[in-house]
Design a protein around this ligand. Structure first.
Ligand SMILES: Cc1ncc(COP(=O)(O)O)c(C=O)c1O
Length: 398
């Protein structure tokens, strides 16, 4: 396959590799940054998107296309683009839909970096935003201007796990002729497919539970209708594309996402109920508990598992007496790693007041229901008994 000096010899090599690629059970990784073209006409047709095929990695590559096809299937979407991170997917959504001088309605409970992007960076390029409590539909309606193009919400908020009123927001958006963009990262399509509830655009950070192994940064944006060429153009032109190796890892992660999320959701419900019984825990937030403010909505919008049980998610938040108790809890149990991310195959925990929500004042955190003693669990697929046992041990230290 290689010449005497080690250079690639095309022709025979490509035929052999082609056969290997077709028969390999695990898909190959196409690291090539560029592809050979037959002639100028073919190159021009592929570069303009008139004909299918690969020319330059930033535009398209086979591993990205494979991952995009998996996303389409999971979300029942007509098109999907894969990006180098969840933030790149959000950037792609905004850049594709909003111009300078136009306006975006931003949920007051978005991931902090998303709020930062939409309020600070978007403002620098002339995009205006209103930060609104998107659970207050009248407030959303009032905030819409003639220049509004987009409403941005999360399916499940961090860390108190409110469930967005997707049907009502989609209806409101349709009436106002604006688009509803839903960040579905905390839910994943295993729990909820916002396109089914008439959202226009759905984004995921694949760096979390979708990949599930804390070893890639990836994002995805998907939707219905005929927008693939326009979205690919935005991703390529703004340089938001993902690497083939990350896409390959992401594709492998997606093969088990349903299994992992189903199992972790079952664990999360049992852990939430277990924590409710514990004297050191003053409050538990989990949308699968009848005590949760959005329990009825969760039952309507979220999917069911193989045995018909409600899949209410892999995240649980609970409150200890204060920040010192939270610190003692975290220090007592290094078997459950304290890391400010989520979606790993095994259980991890976070402390919103010192990580994801540290930029807010104590008063703003209180308004969102986030005390200094709040712990957020990202529940994994281990034995539930083992997690409860560890939690009990850690709670003794508080
Ligand atoms: C809800 C949500 N959206 C978007 C992102 C950004 O994703 P990424 O880290 O892949 O850029 C995150 C990251 O934590 C997130 O939690």
């Amino acid at each position: 396959m290689a010449g005497p000096s080690g250079e690639h010899v095309p022709g025979r090599m490509n035929r052999d590799l082609g056969r290997a690629a077709e028969t390999a059970l695990s898909p190959p990784i196409f690291l090539s940054s560029v592809y050979r073209c037959d002639d100028p006409a073919q190159a021009a047709a592929m570069l303009s998107g008139e004909s299918d095929g690969y020319v330059y990695q930033r535009d398209r590559h086979p591993n990205g296309d494979l991952l995009a096809a998996q996303i389409c299937e999971l979300h029942q979407a007509d098109w999907a683009v894969v990006t180098g991170s969840g933030m790149a997917a959000l950037s792609a959504a905004v850049l594709a839909t909003v111009n300078a001088g136009q306006h975006v309605v931003v949920s007051s409970q978005l991931y902090g970096k998303s709020t930062h992007l939409l309020t600070q960076h978007a403002a620098r390029v002339g995009i205006e935003t209103s930060v609104v409590d998107t659970f207050d539909l009248a407030a959303v309606r009032e905030s819409i201007r003639p220049s509004t193009r987009l409403i941005v919400v999360e399916t499940l908020t961090n860390p108190v796990l409110r469930v967005a009123p997707l049907e009502e927001l989609a209806e409101l958006a349709r009436h106002a002729r604006v688009e509803l963009l839903v960040d579905n990262t905390f839910a994943s399509p295993v729990l909820c497919r916002p396109l089914q509830w008439q959202a226009n655009l759905v984004m995921e950070s694949l760096s979390k539970v979708m990949n599930g192994h804390s070893d890639v940064m990836l994002g995805a944006l998907c939707g219905r209708g005929n927008r693939l060429a326009a979205m690919r153009d935005v991703v390529s032109s703004w340089g938001l594309a993902c690497s083939p190796f990350d896409a390959w890892l992401g594709s492998r992660g997606l093969q088990t996402v349903s299994l992992r999320v189903e199992r972790a959701s079952q664990n999360a419900l049992r852990i939430a109920k277990h924590l409710q019984q514990h004297a050191a825990v003053s409050r538990v937030e989990y949308p699968g508990l009848a005590t949760h403010v959005d329990f009825n909505r969760t039952q309507r919008l979220f999917n069911r598992g193989e045995n018909g049980e409600l899949l209410a998610g892999t995240m649980v938040a609970f409150e200890l007496s204060d920040g010192d108790a939270a610190t003692r809890f975290i220090r007592a149990g290094q078997e459950i790693p304290f890391c400010p991310s989520l979606g790993e195959v095994s259980t991890t925990l976070s402390h919103p007041a010192s990580t994801s929500h540290r930029a807010l004042s104590a008063a703003q955190r209180r308004e969102l229901g986030i005390g200094d003693g709040m712990i957020r669990l990202s529940v994994g697929t281990e034995s539930c008994e083992r997690i409860c046992e560890l939690m009990d041990r850690m709670l003794v230290a508080t």
